[in-house]
Design a protein around this ligand. Sequence first.
Ligand SMILES: Nc1ncnc2c1ncn2[C@@H]1O[C@H](COP(=O)(O)OP(=O)(O)O)[C@@H](O)[C@H]1O
Ligand SMILES: [Mg+2]
Length: 247
Amino acid sequence: MLKLQNISKSFGGVQAVKNCSFEIEKNSITALVGPNGAGKTTVFNLVSGFSNPDKGDIFFENKKLNHLPIWKRSRLGISRTFQLSRMFRNLSIEDNLLIALREDDDKFLKMFLRDVEGDKQEKNRIYEIMDFVGLKKDPKTIVTDLSYGQQKLFDLSRALLNSHEFLMLDEPVAGVNPILRDTFKKLLKELKAKGETILLIEHDMDFVRHVADTVIVMDQGSVLAEGDPEYIFSDKKVLEAYLGTTV
Ligand SMILES: Nc1ncnc2c1ncn2[C@@H]1O[C@H](COP(=O)(O)OP(=O)(O)O)[C@@H](O)[C@H]1O
Ligand SMILES: [Mg+2]
């Protein structure tokens, strides 16, 4: 479904991604792991269009993405979350999700010109997603009043809202408590059962082992190792040098 071929990207003197190649199969969960600064978020930016590669090609369903704008990639079905929540901080859950729902819609502009109430269908979609992820809050709650964990559920809701083919989650459970982590494990498995293809960045090896079909280890911008979790987490070299832990 997604294919990166010898992708490189530098920022000034820093080579964030270096000759990076990998492929993602449809209807799978892939975990992208590796130390801070390995280039994981940069890969997300390159795939979703927030950044463009200096070298190499990115294919999505055999279509070359390289320099397509963000909205075109989102129309092709690429949806993502961010390592740090992006939200309209003074707006409610419902209004934030309405904006996301209309992002590539002409209603979006109208909504800024005058306050357009969400129609029933839009609201039902929002409530359905909140219910699915287990965000049990009044939709009128201002997003900054959500706890950190609830904000992570909000991020996931927003990424799921519009129809998509491919879901990219940048550290969806970083800093989240163990109970909510288990909820996320279940959610990701349910999403896969529904046919989703997911690429996630995550540091917690227990979490990765539970949800991922494939693990890609990045280090210094390149792929260091790739395989199923059991194989990757038994690879002493990977464990000692890059994960800094024995699991
Ligand atoms: N916009 C940017 N400008 C300058 N340097 C950047 C930028 N984005 C990333 N980098 C650098 O690229 C490297 C990889 O960063 P990143 O992709 O965020 O790593 P990871 O997500 O694996 O922690 C780091 O050294 C980071 O400082
Ligand atoms: Mg990152």
